[in-house]
Design a protein around this ligand. Sequence first.
Ligand code: HPA
Ligand code: ZN
Length: 334
Amino acid sequence: SDFDSFLTELPKCEHHVHLEGTLSPELLIDLAKRNNIKLPEEHPPTIEALYDRYSKFSCLQDFLDHYYVGMSVLIYEKDFEDLAYNYFVKAHQDGVHHAEVFFDPQAHLERGIKLTDVVSGITKARTRAESDFGITTKLIMCFLRHIPSSDALTTLHAAVPHITTGHITGIGLDSSELGFPPHLFKEAYATARELNLELNYTAHAGEEGDHTYVLGALDDLKVERIDHGIRSADDDATLKRLAANNTLLTVCPMSNLKLRAVKSIGDIPLRKFLEYGVPFSINSDDPAYFGGYILDNYKEVHKHFNFDLATWIKIAENNIHGSWINQDRKDVLL
Ligand code: HPA
Ligand code: ZN
């Protein structure tokens, strides 16, 4: 439709995509062959079976169990470069001008992969994509909340060389939310802040957890942004605080549907966010697992909300303002 081309052309920024979640069944099977990795039996061995399994996640944890097995095919620097470059190609096709991407260092370190191989592979892909497409990109390392926070600190120290060189510029928090509240990672975030080095801070909160996880991320971790954050809508004071501080929520509609955080994309409280003046962006999260990339997410939102042009333009502006880029780059995108 006409609106599809409007949404394609709309300058988009992606703020919530896990590079490991862009590992398509096709690339997964290719890399398993290339690296001679035998997948465990419960992990389907064919492209079709993988797509079928990915269409039936029951919750965040059910997805994560596949996500961590899937990434076991990522071994060499080149694997990470291929993974990230493929994502940037797709993002560019979808009209993304700026992408801030997550990765999970601990998920690779615990498999004996060197952090340098992971970061340099991703960095090579970023450099190529920036020169091939004019896209700008940032790399955010996430702590895994199901692993004791002492390991997050160890990982942070291991990452210092990559932070110093500017290859990693953000800190995030992801994985299983329920039972792992933000305050567990207070020291890890505080330590990063002491190291400073101009890092930006975000955390997943309010995906399956209630609004107290969002408040915890703001109070204990002092994040500038909240990943997902949809459950903020259950609490008036939380919404008002997000609006007053202009805190961006990085919402992932197809992810919320696939992981059953909502029954329908129409149930995501986007109208409430607009009403309260809480800025949000629309993102793909783990596009290879959830059936669509960022443009698919924009189209799904339009299907369910039928926003007018002015609203879409406002969303696009909020996206740009909420990006971790300097004013010169914002002016180019606006
Ligand atoms: N939530 C938490 N952890 C994750 C996600 C998510 O949506 N994707 C990858 N790791
Ligand atoms: Zn996520």
